[in-house]
Design a protein around this ligand. Sequence first.
Ligand SMILES: Nc1ncnc2c1ncn2[C@@H]1O[C@H](COP(=O)(O)OP(=O)(O)OP(=O)(O)O)[C@@H](O)[C@H]1O
Ligand SMILES: [Mg+2]
Length: 449
Amino acid sequence: MTGQTLLIVEDDPGLQSQLRWNFDQYKVQVADDRESAIAAIRKSVPAVVTLDLGLPPDPGGVSEGFRTLQEILAETPFSKVIVITGNNDTHNAVKSIGLGAYDFYQKPIEPEILSLVVKRAFRVFELEEENRSLARQHFAYPLRGIIAASTEMHEVCRTIERLAPTDVTTLILGESGTGKEVLAHALHALSPRANGPFVAVNCAAIPENLLESELFGHEKGAFTGADKQVKGKFELAEGGTFFLDEIGDIPLALQPKLLRFLQERVIERIGGRKEISVDVRVVCATHQDIQKLIEQGRFREDLYYRINAMVVSIPAVRERSGDIQVLAKAFLARYVEQMKSKLTGFSETAIAAMECYSWPGNVRELESRVKRAVIMSNGPLIDAEDLMLPGGKPSEKITSLREIRDSAERQAICQALSECNGNVSKAAELLEITRPTLYSLLTKYRLKI
Ligand SMILES: Nc1ncnc2c1ncn2[C@@H]1O[C@H](COP(=O)(O)OP(=O)(O)OP(=O)(O)O)[C@@H](O)[C@H]1O
Ligand SMILES: [Mg+2]
């Protein structure tokens, strides 16, 4: 049981020392009021907490005890809290369980019995931990070549895994640089078609008049300059996966032909007369809002229904909790090795600036900023300036008043936390809000302290 922390929340000095002595086999921490209990929890998460309901300023009542219980569980929902109530106070004991306490114990305290209750609570905590860790092993890993720690991205990875064995047409949505192509590739690599080709065509990168030939191929003499037969990319993807990137940019004139291919899996080369059947799995991607394109008459609705059988939405980097630092560190390690640099990490201001920045270019931008910083930095740590990041300047692409407010709020929080060296109480004071409000804003903006 070593290393497991027991937090005793008790205001009576006599009982405090009795309990401390009684539980000397654990790492014991003692708190005598709500504030110090929460402070202790933030320092090291206890496996088990014993909580006296009668705490100052209401030692004779239960109000402060219940408040403490709720705050403890909000901070550390996995800790096992044993509530210690007055003699025969069954009503409040039951109420505690209702609020989420693990168990209760009625005074007077008999050390041996309380020891058993605490021991069992440790055991339950351990088992639950084991369970959580197994669940993490099962579900919380990214795919090969994908760097991600956030649950948002892990969910995307699980979806890709589930879709991989199927042949269903898949649409990958996400802002520029979020990893649409890497995920399309991962989908292919995990599929039964992995040994077949992965052929990608970017509809936005090929001039409109050449795209049809690129996709479907042409026969000799089909048009001026067609001096030999050329197979299209659909044909070249036979037996594999065809990645149609930036499908939002596909010209309207070409859409019926694409729709026919998706429905019947046959193509006709330009200038050709025969139908050629092709066995490919189609994955499409776009950073555009296709619904809007439909409204504007730039995208056929029937084609949309063909491609959106399965939609995978990749969150923007700023919406992934915890990924910014993980990605930055991985790219740093990559370029430090490549460039034989002596840099060892990021400064605190660099980390704060990265967390505050909105990353409109997502992973691609993050990678290129880190790469540049590795070249430019004098070390040993990369600073915000090396990343050319404003100290938390909000996104320039603002579309609504709400976004402006959110962005300003996020920036103010980052700044306050940075000024207070991550001290939440001080930052809350500076911002003239309560600490719980600050915590909920940290969650809202996915900010880590
Ligand atoms: N989770 C990730 N882990 C590691 N590298 C990533 C990750 N996501 C993206 N990348 C890298 O970032 C770059 C951009 O990824 P990708 O080309 O897949 O993005 P995209 O969404 O297709 O962007 P665009 O819309 O601009 O085409 C690539 O170099 C890719 O390898
Ligand atoms: Mg792309």
